[in-house]
Design a protein around this ligand. Sequence first.
Ligand code: GEK
Ligand code: PPY
Length: 246
Amino acid sequence: MTGSGKQHDNIFASPQAKSDFVFDEKVAAVFTDMINRSVPGYATILSMIGVLSARYCTPGSNMYDLGCSLGGASLAMAHQIPHQDYRLFAIDNSPAMVGRLSNTLAEPDSAGLPVTVLCEDVCTTDISNASVVVLNFTLQFIAPARRAALIQRISDGLRPGGILILSEKIRFPAPSLNELFIDLYHEFKMARGYSELEVSQKRAALENVLIPETINDHKQRFQDAGFQSCDVWFQCFNFASMVAVR
Ligand SMILES: Nc1ncnc2c1ncn2[C@@H]1O[C@H](C[S@+](CC[C@H]([NH3+])C(=O)[O-])CC(=O)[O-])[C@@H](O)[C@H]1O
Ligand SMILES: O=C(O)C(=O)Cc1ccccc1
């Protein structure tokens, strides 16, 4: 099973010194299990990214899955679009992730799909002639000071009428609601088999790495970057997914 990315996530199960969360070999090996048990609605979000892409993918256009990890969103898109007149760029800067995704795409189920995997920083990757851009839980890991420039590059690279799908862990403006939803989220993780130690050690590792913003922060940034309309299409506790149309 090594290399398949289907192993059980027990990365934070034993006591350890605090260090920042990174997308290394160890995380890539358990990532499918980790994200399914850590993001409320993850399977639904992937499936609906496929539905939205099938609606918005125009002939001859490019699509981008920025921060693709093991390609959950890319595969949902490629398997739900009824034609192959597009190119989907699946991009991540973790060699462990892109290596595994390349192996998956070489399997018979996926052979011949118009998907190109690139190991690049999403902040500098070329985006052009795009009908669909996906940031599925990736912007939250980009330094806040670099976020506006990335959203602007995406806006500039989209065709008129093209769509950006942005999923993020979010922060609530009211401190009491913010605490409530973080607490309910921790209950959600424990109901999926994580211990209190796993929850608290991962929380500490993510502290300076995953920086959530409010829905209004995202809406304001979309507007500043020239998107015509935007709104939330999915939310569960402190996890949300938005669409923004160019
Ligand atoms: N600057 C960067 N450039 C490229 N990749 C980056 C960068 N920063 C972080 N990443 C990559 O963004 C991904 C975030 S995970 C996305 C899940 C996926 N979208 C999914 O639909 O399963 C979300 C999560 O783990 O919560 C990781 O693979 C990082 O290597
Ligand atoms: O697990 C968490 O606390 C999260 O916020 C979600 C998550 C999922 C996968 C990698 C990093 C963060």
